[in-house]
Write a protein that binds this ligand. Structure first.
Ligand code: ZN
Length: 380
């Protein structure tokens, strides 16, 4: 196990009535709250009115329109509104996209820089506006981490950034607030969570026994509940377990003391910088091909994954191949189209994508350009 320091300051308020604590939680920050929303799903699902009921004594301003794969162009507009309104705290009501956008508004509020400059140089953040979240999608883990991924559509760039100053102060996790997600949206969330775990678990660090078991238990929980939840969308217990998997997958627990990979996410970010493919869909397509590409370099952990997560028996090389097939089938059975062509993507930009990724030599084992192209081409 590697040395590590761990701190996660986000307070989690979980459960059916968790939103009833909103007013109490916001009390310490001041009277002015700016709410950030996606398109209009919060209104359709009824989450909007439930949240507003809790804010009656506060002065609020609403910003609507954060899109999936949140764009810096939209965030600039929200930042202008925030600077005019001067809130004491930002409240993101939505999924990862809304929360990631809110983190950038929070971080850019005091810098005086354009938000895209903040994404590319997060070291300039010395102070941030407090933010909190009301989660409506179980997927990204953004409700309890300090990461954010932002798209610059005009430059075809999708970059991640982080700052410990943008951990949410608190996050309201009410599983009922995810009932209105469709089966496919839910499936994309399941894949995103699965991928977050694999990116941290599929490492070559030895002797991080507890972190391995934590990671395996999250994936096994997803395998157990994933097929059930997409057929039973308003089952509280299934939604609650899925939501908790999402949070635990990326709040720093399973990455303590281990190296991490994130190659699949890096490649997916390139895909969605050129094509507006859902994040979970891109990950579902890429992940089996990434596993196949790195199977010799990550041989021991892949064999462990095959045996412990999928219960496979046999020679290492056999169970590894079988585990990759099981992973593919799990995503496919959730109803996800499993080839890039299904999303209208061809190889036109693959060279550009691999050129942009190669300088960083992405992933724990530093994929070379040919490996990146192999993954993309086999995903077609
Ligand atoms: Zn992700």
């Amino acid at each position: 196990m590697n040395d590590f320091t761990f701190k996660n300051p986000t307070k989690i308020i979980f459960g059916k009535d968790s939103h009833l604590q909103l007013a109490e939680e916001l009390k310490g920050y001041g009277k002015k709250v700016m709410l950030i929303f996606g398109k209009n799903s919060a209104k359709k699902s009824g989450v909007y009115s439930k949240v507003l009921d809790q804010l009656k004594d506060l002065e609020i301003k609403e910003f609507w329109g954060i899109e999936p794969n949140p764009r810096v162009e939209t965030i600039r507009k929200a930042l202008t509104l925030a600077k005019d309104f001067k809130p004491n705290i930002l409240l993101a009501v939505g999924g990862g996209s809304v929360i990631d956008a809110t983190k950038l508004i929070s971080a850019s509020y005091y810098t005086g820089s354009d938000p895209w400059e903040v994404v590319n140089d997060a070291n300039q953040i010395t102070k941030a506006l407090p933010l909190a979240t009301v989660l409506t999608v179980a997927a990204t883990g953004s409700e309890m981490d300090c990461y954010s991924v932002i798209t610059n559509w005009s430059e075809h760039k999708k970059n991640s950034w982080e700052s410990t100053l943008v951990y949410p102060q608190f996050s309201i996790l009410n599983p009922e607030f995810t009932y209105s997600l469709s089966a496919l949206q839910t499936a994309y969330g399941i894949v995103d969570i699965y991928s977050h775990v694999l990116e941290q678990y599929m490492n070559t660090t030895k002797n991080a026994l507890l972190q391995d078991r934590w990671a395996e238990s999250i994936i096994q929980t997803l395998i157990e509940i994933g097929p059930k939840v997409i057929k039973d969308l308003d089952n509280y217990n299934l939604r609650a377990n899925l939501m908790y998997c999402s949070t635990m997958a990326l709040n720093g627990f399973i990455s303590m003391g281990v190296s991490q990979d994130w190659a699949t996410h890096n490649i997916e970010h390139e895909l969605s910088a050129f094509y507006d493919i859902p994040h979970g869909a891109g990950l579902a397509v890429l992940t089996p091909h990434w596993l196949n590409e790195v199977k010799s370099q990550k041989h021991d952990k892949m064999a462990q994954y095959a045996r412990r997560v999928w219960g496979l028996k046999g020679e290492d090389d056999e169970v590894i191949i079988e585990a990759i097939a099981k992973t593919y089938d799990f995503f496919f059975d959730l109803g996800i189209a499993m080839s890039l062509k299904d999303y209208g993507i061809n190889d036109e930009h693959f060279k550009d994508m691999s050129d942009r990724l190669t300088p960083n030599k992405i992933g724990e084992i530093k994929l070379d350009q040919q490996q990146i192209l192999n993954i993309l081409n086999s995903s077609l």
